[in-house]
Design a protein around this ligand. Structure first.
Ligand SMILES: C[S@@+](CC[C@H](N)C(=O)[O-])C[C@H]1O[C@@H](n2cnc3c(N)ncnc32)[C@H](O)[C@@H]1O
Length: 137
C-alpha cells in the first residue's frame, strides 16, 4: 500500500543476504527505488501468482514463516535462526496475510507489542524478522 516500504525491505534483504520476492505489478519497480539507497544490483524475484509461488517454494522444501499477529504464533524471541532455505511472508498493510497464504505457513511469528498500536509498520516487522531468521540478532 505504501510503496516506500518495498525499498526499505529491499535494503534489509541486502543487509542479511536475502532476496525480495514481489508480484509483477506495474508500480513495483518504481516502489523498489523509493527508500532503497543501494546503487548496485539487488536480488529481486518476481513471483507471478503469489500463492502459487509460495506453494511451489514449500513443495521444494522451503520453510514458510509468516509475520502474523495470531493466537498460535511463536514469539519473535523464541524463533530460532533459519537452518535452511526459508521464505518470510509479510501481510498487506491493511488486510494482513490472506487466508489462502496463511494455510501455507509452517509457522506464524508475532513480534510482541506493549504500546497502543495494533501492529507495526510492515517494513519494520519484516526487518526484525529477517535479522532474526538470518541469525544476525
Ligand atoms: C500493518 S500490518 C497489517 C495489519 C492488518 N490490519 C492485519 O490484520 O494483519 C502489515 C503486516 O506487517 C506484519 N506485522 C505487523 N506487526 C506485526 C507484529 N507485531 N508481529 C508480526 N507481524 C507483524 C504482518 O505481516 C502484517 O500483515
Amino acid at each position: 500500500m505504501h510503496g516506500v516500504n518495498l525499498g526499505t525491505l529491499l535494503r534489509t534483504c541486502d543487509a542479511v543476504g536475502a532476496c525480495l520476492a514481489v508480484p509483477r505489478y506495474p508500480w513495483i519497480p518504481e516502489a523498489l527505488e523509493r527508500g532503497n539507497t543501494l546503487r548496485r544490483p539487488t536480488c529481486v524475484h518476481y513471483t507471478g501468482n503469489q500463492v502459487n509461488w509460495l506453494a511451489a517454494q514449500r513443495a521444494r522444501g522451503s520453510l514458510v514463516v509468516g509475520a502474523e499477529l495470531a493466537d498460535e504464533a511463536v514469539r519473535l524471541g523464541d524463533l530460532p535462526p533459519a537452518r535452511g532455505r526459508s521464505v518470510l511472508v509479510l501481510g498487506h498493510e491493511r488486510t494482513g496475510i490472506p487466508p489462502e497464504a496463511l494455510e501455507l505457513l509452517d509457522v506464524a511469528v508475532e513480534i510482541p507489542m506493549v504500546g497502543h498500536g495494533a501492529s507495526l509498520n510492515v517494513a519494520v516487522a519484516g526487518s526484525l524478522l529477517l535479522y532474526r531468521l538470518a541469525g544476525l540478532l
